[in-house]
Design a protein. Structure first.
Length: 64
């Protein structure tokens, strides 16, 4: 156990550095994910409005 003590300390230090990085990037990733989800919803609703307007104004097909 004594010979691994230095390796364990290095691993713990690396773990703390990783936690520090993700404490910053975690909320940023959440914001970007929510913003992209909102953008997809807004884009889809705009496309749906355009499709409804097109279908409402399109001429009916000739049955004969």
């Amino acid at each position: 156990m004594q010979k691994f003590h230095g390796d364990l300390k290095d691993l713990f230090a690396l773990s703390r550095k990783t936690d520090a990085v993700f404490s910053v990037t975690g909320p940023l990733q959440t914001v970007l994910t929510l913003a992209s989800f909102l953008l997809i919803l807004l884009y889809g609703s705009q496309r749906l409005q355009l499709a409804r307007a097109y279908l409402r104004d399109a001429p009916l097909p000739d049955p004969g």
